[in-house]
Design a protein around this ligand. Structure first.
Ligand code: MRU
Length: 354
């Protein structure tokens, strides 16, 4: 899979440049790249879902910090540290659920603190931020490959897999999370097919997953979310594979709204339910899924999605963007550091310690 979801374009001077990203709100009808050059523009891009998917949001957060710090070398170093923390706090407001956003911002601030403690001047502090943001991106790409390799071992030749939302290259700085094992299995010559849930209301499955898999030459069939039960009952699905925005310490998995329903259906039909996510998506600070903040999106994304009004003016709407699948419904979580079967707190802490 070759789509380059986001990357840093270096400027003419050291520690300068901007972030170029695929404007995902326009896919699949238009492939347009967006140049993001300021911190408010990055917050807006994340909130609008121009860049989306937990790992890609983490990479974007690192680049957002660079947009903030570049040109700040002239500041006093104490002052620069304060400015950096403020920039991180601004970026942290973009979206609440995907923990990769906060993970990446914490990592950027921790790098600055370590450089500061080692006596770095402001120029070196800014240079350190550039190194760290680029490392977050390249490590994400490596982790996707590794999850692809480990996850592909779970996929049998001839399998048909159901996925929800988009957890592919468009959602990461690499080849994807949930889609990575499918790409790898396909490369290995296994014959696989995919059913992609449309993923109401913002249609990441229809617009993005279907587009990505068709580009890669993988057999993909689009269904609306409410067709999943029937498709499973007809015996068409061998496994469900999804990504995640935040995994709690006990193995509860938060992902795009509708995932929980798919997991319940998979359990009923005896179909394995796999989650593929890097350890940067595991939040050991939250004991269970109940503590994960669930983003609520504006009502117009449901009542006037993509330009057509589909509900009466003034209709009352509730629009949670994510839900939580209890660990008991999860067959295994595939991370870059290993596969956690039947996840629980002990196993999650063990994979985090690797
Ligand atoms: O609202 P989105 O499109 O950012 O939601 C994305 C998802 O729910 C993905 O499944 C998740 O982030 C995993 S992406 C590798």
């Amino acid at each position: 899979m070759t789509v380059n979801t986001l990357h840093w374009i270096d400027g003419d001077t050291p520690n300068s440049g901007f972030c170029r990203m695929v404007e995902q709100t326009l896919l699949p009808t238009e492939f347009v790249e967006l140049d993001v050059k300021t911190v408010p523009a990055m917050v807006d891009a994340i909130w609008r879902l121009a860049v989306r998917g937990a790992p890609a949001i983490g990479v974007a957060a690192g680049y957002g910090m660079l947009l903030g710090v570049q040109g700040q070398e002239g500041r006093d170093r104490e002052d620069l540290m304060g400015f950096l923390r403020e920039t991180a706090a601004t970026l942290a407001k973009a979206r609440p659920t995907a923990v990769n956003l906060f993970w990446a911002l914490d990592r950027m601030v921790a790098r600055a603190q370590a450089d500061f403690d080692a006596g770095a001047d402001s120029t070196a502090l800014v240079a350190g931020q550039f190194e760290e943001a680029k490392a977050i991106h390249s490590e994400d790409a490596d982790q996707c490959r590794e999850m692809g390799r480990l996850g592909a071992d779970l996929i049998q030749d001839g399998w048909t897999i159901l996925t929800h939302c988009n957890a592919g290259a468009l959602a990461t700085g690499g080849m994807g999370t949930a889609l990575a094992p499918m790409y790898t299995a396909h490369e290995q010559g296994k014959k696989i097919a995919v059913y992609a849930d449309e993923t109401r209301p913002l249609l990441q499955g229809a617009r993005l997953t279907t587009w990505e898999l068709m580009q890669a030459g993988i057999d993909v069939t689009l269904i609306t979310d409410n067709m999943a039960a029937q498709v499973m009952k007809e015996g068409r699905i061998d496994a469900v594979i999804v990504g995640s925005d935040r995994i709690a310490r006990n193995g509860d998995v938060c992902n795009k709204i509708g995932t929980y329903g798919v997991a319940v259906l998979a359990k009923h039909h005896g179909i394995p339910f796999y989650v593929v996510a890097p350890r940067s998506t595991i939040d050991v600070e939250v004991a269970s899924g109940d503590e994960i903040p669930i983003e609520e999106r504006p009502d117009y994304e449901i009542t006037e999605g993509y330009g057509k009004r589909t509900a009466p003016e003034g209709a009352k709407v509730y629009a949670p963007a994510f839900d939580v699948t209890p660990a008991a419904l999860v067959t295994a979580i595939v991370t870059e550091a290993g596969v956690v079967h039947a996840p629980d707190t002990e196993k999650i802490l063990a994979v985090m310690a690797r």
